[in-house]
Design a protein around this ligand. Sequence first.
Ligand code: COA
Length: 172
Amino acid sequence: MIIRAALPREIPEIVGIEQIPEYRSYIGAWSAEEHFRAMADPDNEYFVACSEGAVDGFAILQGIESEHHSVHLKRIAVRTPNRGCGKLLLEYGMSRAFLHHRAHRLWLDVFETNTRARSIYESYGFRYDGALREAILRDGEYHTLALMSLLDREYSARQQQGVNAVTSAVRL
Ligand SMILES: CC(C)(COP(=O)(O)OP(=O)(O)OC[C@H]1O[C@@H](n2cnc3c(N)ncnc32)[C@H](O)[C@@H]1OP(=O)(O)O)[C@@H](O)C(=O)NCCC(=O)NCCS
């Protein structure tokens, strides 16, 4: 598996992953036009995990030019869960945010019911920052978002302990 910058021609595959019906309770979904606009924005970074020419997953960083050095992991999703792809994408996103973009803070929001994603973020040192109570209305129901973040010094400490080691096995 390779993780690299996404290409505009891969947007249909990204849209296809976002629209997996079970993900509707966990992530937003944009139109292809919205993705084209977002991908062209220099404040955003898209990357994909690929194998055999197909997109297995993607992630989007926003705010890479933030004056506050606060980068937002806007979205992350994989085509087939529980095969390790999400962790690779997250590690790559963390390395881009902290090592390349020199972020001070990497933050995200996650549906509080998304136990898989939350446990992954926690396992990478993200801390709970609070909740946006009933902030999202979807299919007639309000959903609460948990806010989580990781700071540069926390990332560095983990790097020194060698705990973010999955990507060493991946060609980046
Ligand atoms: C969240 C997501 C990106 C993670 O990617 P993934 O490829 O499925 O994750 P991985 O296979 O790398 O890792 C899964 C880990 O979660 C654990 N896990 C799986 N289901 C779980 C659950 N219900 N509760 C807690 N942990 C769970 C697995 O045991 C594994 O941890 P381990 O490696 O320590 O055993 C992916 O599942 C996804 O696209 N989900 C739908 C979209 C989404 O929720 N995006 C996040 C929005 S904030």
